[in-house]
Design a protein. Structure first.
Length: 232
């Protein structure tokens, strides 16, 4: 059923967030329920997150659709059977192809026990994932949100999320200290707040603008917080 492929949240999360923040409450009322797709399979979700690094959402969707259409299931065995060149034909960079192949090989060898992530606390999941080549904090956070459906993910490394927050609160800049205060306000349901800020950043409400000075704007959607790598 389709319900198993979207991020599940309900009245408890919405009521909590609306009570905690008046402006977010207004956004929630205007936008309504959000159906954001998730990938329950952890390995497929990991590959999807790597594919999405440093590219637009539109390009990410296009490449992923090509991969799923051509390969069917995205499993460690399937990925390991492909050459780097075959992966690059989907529109994936040389570096990403290497990261994807490395992840598949480590899962197959047992060096990386991906299913063990399901029972780990958020911090431990992040620590474990960034041991993999090409995986940083942002990718780990997106995996926790869009595969594991963790409830309290709020990514300072996500430029679209920051843009949505600036649009809602009229901030010119959101530094780490301010961001942390907001996360505390939305906890333990910061993941749901994230969905609404992304919707705002994507133009869900007419008339809202980004208050960052033009000279400071970054046109990318994604960012990565590891060794200077960037993505969403």
């Amino acid at each position: 059923m389709a319900d198993y492929n979207i991020f599940i949240y309900g009245e408890a999360e919405i009521s909590y967030l609306k009570k905690r923040d008046k402006r977010l409450a207004e956004v929630i009322d205007k936008v309504g329920p959000i159906e954001r797709k998730v990938i329950p399979d952890l390995f497929a979700a990991l590959i999807n997150s790597i594919v999405g690094q440093q590219i637009s959402t539109k390009a990410h969707k296009t490449i992923w659709k090509k991969m799923v259409t051509a390969l069917g299931e995205i499993t460690p065995h399937v990925i390991d059977s492909l050459s780097d060149e075959e992966l690059q034909r989907f529109g994936i960079t040389f570096k990403k192809a290497a990261y994807i192949k490395s992840a598949a090989q480590k899962v197959l060898s047992g060096e990386f026990e991906i299913e063990a992530l399901r029972t780990m606390p958020d911090e431990d999941v992040c620590t474990k994932l960034i041991e993999l080549d090409g995986i940083g904090v942002w990718t780990a956070e997106m995996l926790m949100l869009f595969s594991m459906q963790r409830r309290n993910i709020f990514s300072f490394g996500d430029l679209a999320l920051l843009r949505g927050m600036r649009m809602v609160y009229h901030h010119r800049v959101i530094n780490k200290q301010l961001f942390t205060r907001y996360k505390k306000r939305f906890s333990p349901y910061a993941s749901v707040a994230s969905l609404y800020f992304w919707a705002v950043a994507g133009g869900a409400i007419d008339g809202m603008k980004d208050y960052t000075p033009v000279s400071n704007k970054n046109n990318g959607n994604r960012r990565e917080n590891k060794s200077g790598k960037k993505s969403r």
